[in-house]
Design a protein around this ligand. Structure first.
Ligand code: FAD
Length: 353
């Protein structure tokens, strides 16, 4: 474990922002983590996975701790499920690939989401109708003050759409060190007749029908998702990005009706679980309507295929990115009376848009 001083973390955040950390360290086990917590007890700390959802607006006046805890193991199994303990630094998408290859179902829709298991839990990731919160059976954490390790149940972590307590009250309290993921021993062949053919993810099922016919394996499904993502999302080799910058806003029935009048083909998503009529609105659609898709100013722009993604030429400063985010936010507020809330962790906090 090597402590680097005044270190550029450009290669450790996918916006490729060239900021310096007063200290930077990569740790690969719990003993190293405990030593860092002891030796740097007075420094401000941020625990990082792959930096795919973190925007540093300015230099970090403290220590950046990159968590590289690797490894996974099957810890339990029954007739229907398999339980896999995955360490926090494992790459999430590699884990999905592993599960898909073994025919374990439940996370295949979340293939190709970049970042680590620790980041996935903290940010409460999801895609194509699947959410990580629905497959966690326990989360192992280390208490930063007491240096104690213990397990939490998912219902204790306040998981909701792109939110968990690890992002909120527990940010400087607990570090995720591992999680146990519950996977299904699903059927090896699925039928399109049982799928959401005419539902929200029509394009996925149309692709499957075209590529493999009316029966598909979990591997076919994961491939179809990969093709969709390659079409819609920025390639991190080419662009700096953290994917969707904002969350999709949730609005009441009155606001939904108002938006529906203004925006053709709004594609709202009704949220029955909220008890009344609430709708999740695709924020990308609102931004698209405002003509922002493909907008570019110097080093920073709005991705031409998806208006919710801010992209850079990898030379943008954090301030340039936040300024654009602010302008996007203000424009949506002014034109639609809807507040966008960022999904990306913007640091330091007072720079949040
Ligand atoms: C091209 C692209 C596409 C994306 N698509 C999706 C998508 O479809 N769905 C989706 O939900 N997200 C998506 N994302 C967002 C991102 O991939 C996820 O949020 C990811 O899980 C972040 O993981 P990370 O390891 O990079 O987290 P980081 O960015 O390193 O960290 C994110 C936050 O979690 C905290 N954190 C990280 N590890 C730990 C830990 N072990 N313990 C405590 N706190 C920790 C950090 O302090 C920070 O606050 C996308 C991003 C990109 C760039």
């Amino acid at each position: 474990m090597k402590i680097k001083k005044n270190f550029s973390i450009k290669d450790f955040n996918t916006f490729s922002v060239d900021v310096k950390a007063k200290y930077f360290v990569e740790i690969s086990d719990i003993d190293e983590l405990k030593k860092i917590l002891k030796d740097f007890s007075n420094e401000k700390k941020i625990f990082l996975g792959e930096g795919t959802n973190t925007l540093f607006v300015k230099d970090w006046d403290g220590i950046v701790v990159k968590i590289n805890f690797l490894g996974k193991e099957i810890v339990n199994e029954n007739e229907n499920n398999i339980f896999v303990k995955v360490n926090a630094g494992e790459n999430w998408s590699d884990f999905v690939d592993w599960a898909v290859e073994k025919n374990y179902a439940g996370i295949e829709g979340m293939v190709m989401i970049p970042g680590t298991l620790g980041g996935a839990v903290t940010q409460s990731i999801g895609a194509y109708g699947q959410e990580v919160k629905d497959v966690l059976s326990s989360i192992e954490v280390l208490d930063i003050e007491k240096h104690k390790i213990f397990k939490l149940k998912p219902e204790e972590c306040d998981f909701s759409y792109r939110y968990s307590n690890f992002k909120g009250d527990w940010k400087n309290k607990y570090i995720v060190i591992a999680s146990t993921v519950r996977l299904d021993k699903g059927p090896s062949l699925y039928s399109l007749a049982y799928s959401k053919k005419y539902g929200r993810y029509k394009s996925v099922y149309e692709d499957l029908e075209k590529m493999v016919g009316d029966k598909y394996t979990i591997q076919d499904f994961a491939q179809a998702i990969k093709r969709q993502r390659e079409k819609k999302l920025p390639d991190l080799e080419e662009f700096g990005s953290c994917g969707s910058f904002f969350k999709n806003p949730v609005v009441d029935f009155k606001k939904y009706e108002e938006l529906e009048q203004k925006i053709p083909d709004l594609q709202p998503y009704p949220l029955d679980n909220l008890g009344e009529k609430w709708f999740k609105i695709p924020a990308g659609k609102l931004l698209d309507e405002l003509g922002l898709k493909g907008y570019w100013n110097d080093n920073v722009g709005v991705f031409e295929k998806h208006a919710l993604c801010i992209v850079t030429n990898k030379n943008a400063s954090g301030t340039e990115i936040v300024d654009l985010a602010n302008r996007m936010k203000k424009s949506v507020e002014k034109n639609y009376g809807v507040e966008l809330v960022e999904e990306v962790d913007v640091l330091p906090k007072h720079f949040s848009t």
